[in-house]
Design a protein around this ligand. Structure first.
Ligand code: SF4
Length: 285
């Protein structure tokens, strides 16, 4: 599968370039977005959720862990606490036990109890659809708020997580480290209508190709548009071995991926690893 998904892209020529104008950078940035849209037409949030409350909780849990780990944890959590009212009334130790696999479980439990109580008391038990309300909830910053707005409410948002920040800098869209400054810089480059899908595409690329430590430059579809080409492995064959998830013919992170996702559901990998006995994970919802 890796061969069929990864298009061969000519390595950038080593000739010296003139300094790039701002307009040139914007054009190049938009071209990168178009290329990534072709590569990942199925880009999506990699957390399983059925409603805004579930997405909010899953996003809080996703700090410092993988989306796959969260997806393995949330079915039992939402079966026990389906609404903010239920979660706000949870026995803290029982909630902690359920979310323990996601790490930092005491702090995360505290945030979930706090945000559930705030939803119950201040927002009629509903997740609000405005950034200024979302960021008042315990444990909810701009990144989490933008994930919820973009994917549960259809409000365009740029989600600056570790992958997005790293790629925005490698692409030369910004030199900033601060996520809010990265968000502002990228917002000035792209039309609002692109923000949510751009976020998914860039995060997809960061997880699959442009890794933090070993970017697969030699197998990267936007190599010719990237000033950081050569940061990672340039040899195409060696680079192809660094690809992850569906680009490597492997499962994604979702137990219930969207219908157009070309990889396998994560649940299948789990099943294979556990002799086919993880059905409880998949059906607990
Ligand atoms: S060329 Fe290398 S640094 Fe640039 S986006 Fe691709 S993998 Fe990342």
């Amino acid at each position: 599968m890796a061969e069929s998904k990864v298009r061969k892209v000519a390595a950038p020529k080593a000739k010296p370039r003139k300094p790039e104008t701002h307009l040139g950078m914007v054009r190049r940035a938009r071209k990168i977005n178009r290329e990534l849209a072709e590569l990942y037409p199925y880009a999506h949030p990699e957390l399983d959720f059925d409603n805004p409350f579930q997405l909010l909780v899953a996003t809080v849990l996703s700090a410092q862990t993988t989306d796959l780990r969260v997806n393995q944890t949330t079915p039992a959590l939402f079966a026990k606490y389906p609404t903010p009212e239920d979660m706000a009334a949870a026995v803290p130790e029982e909630l902690e036990e359920l979310i323990r696999p996601t790490g930092f479980f005491r702090n995360k439990a505290k945030a979930l109890l706090g945000l559930s109580a705030a939803l119950r008391d201040d927002f009629g038990g509903e997740v609000p659809g405005r950034l200024e309300d979302l960021v008042t909830l315990p444990g909810v910053g701009r990144k989490t708020a933008n994930v919820v707005l973009g994917n549960a409410f259809g409000v365009p948002g740029i989600t600056v997580d570790t992958h997005f920040g790293r790629l925005a800098r490698r692409f030369g869209w910004t030199a900033e480290d601060d996520p809010e400054k990265v968000e502002a810089a990228v917002a000035a480059i792209f039309p609002k209508s692109e923000w949510t899908m751009l976020s998914h595409r860039v995060v997809f690329h960061g997880r699959r190709v442009c890794h933090s430590q070993k970017p697969a430059c030699g197998a990267c579809a936007v190599a010719s548009l990237c000033p950081a080409y050569g940061t990672g492995e340039k040899d195409p064959e060696k680079a192809a071995k660094l690809l992850k998830y569906e680009l490597a013919g492997k499962p994604g992170q979702r137990l219930r991926p969207p219908a157009d996702f070309p990889g396998e559901a994560a649940a299948l990998a789990e099943a294979a690893a556990h002799g086919g006995e993880v059905a409880d994970l998949a059906v607990a919802e």
